[in-house]
Design a protein around this ligand. Structure first.
Ligand code: AMP
Length: 200
């Protein structure tokens, strides 16, 4: 099973690249942001609770997100692989996801870290807000999401580095070039089962 994490700050293009990866490698997309937005749309108790955090640009509590994710992964155990997008975002989530997947014999193979400069991220999030109407894409909220990323999510780079699973991709390039580099990293893994430290 090919299990990937696509990792990066808000606005790094994770969603777009995930869609490309899903199509090419036939993986099942696990986007916690999308799952939570669906729950909000359906006005479920989880959706109502999650909305309080999302609208403020805060992370939804670990246990709520993990419960929702595991429910969906368990429903798709016939998948040929998963791409985790927007999860994990905290060390607690990373440890829990590792345990969950390892116990099922389907560990994470590769963590693709898409790197984009901060001002560019901010511009992209603001531009996206105009198109998407997403309530969490406004100015102040965007800044807060980036701060939270730096504080709580960035430490995961060291976590996965110590497992030898991370590959860094320069996300400032045009979308199709970024995608090519991602494919190169995945194909290298598939051929050698080894992770190249950096793909430029
Ligand atoms: P995203 O679509 O991945 O940018 O997620 C949108 C929002 O959903 C985030 O800003 C968080 O409020 C919430 N969210 C998504 N995934 C997670 C997660 N793994 N942990 C906590 N909150 C999350």
């Amino acid at each position: 099973m090919l299990n990937l994490i696509i990792f990066g700050p808000p606005g790094s293009g994770k969603g777009t690249q995930s869609a490309n990866i899903v199509e090419k490698y036939r993986l099942t997309h696990m986007s916690t942001g999308a799952l939570l937005r669906e729950e909000i749309e359906k006005e479920t108790p989880l959706g109502k609770e999650a909305k309080k955090f999302i609208d403020k640009g805060l992370l939804v509590p670990d246990d709520l997100v993990l419960r929702e994710l595991y429910h969906h992964v368990s429903d798709h155990m016939d998948a040929s692989g998963f791409i985790f997008d927007g999860i994990p975002r905290t060390i607690v989530q990373a440890g829990s996801l590792d345990r969950f997947l390892n116990e099922r014999g389907i560990p994470i193979c590769l963590v693709i870290s898409v790197e984009v400069e901060e001002e560019e991220l901010f511009k992209r999030i603001m531009g996206r807000g105009e198109d998407s109407g997403r309530s969490d894409d406004s100015d102040q909220i965007a800044r807060r999401r980036l701060e939270i990323y730096k504080e709580l999510t960035m430490p995961l780079i060291s976590y996965y580095k110590s497992q030898g699973k991370i590959v860094s991709i320069n996300g400032m390039a045009p979308v199709n070039e970024v995608f090519k580099k991602i494919c190169c990293a995945i194909d290298t893994y598939l051929h050698s089962k080894e992770v190249l430290p950096v793909v430029e």
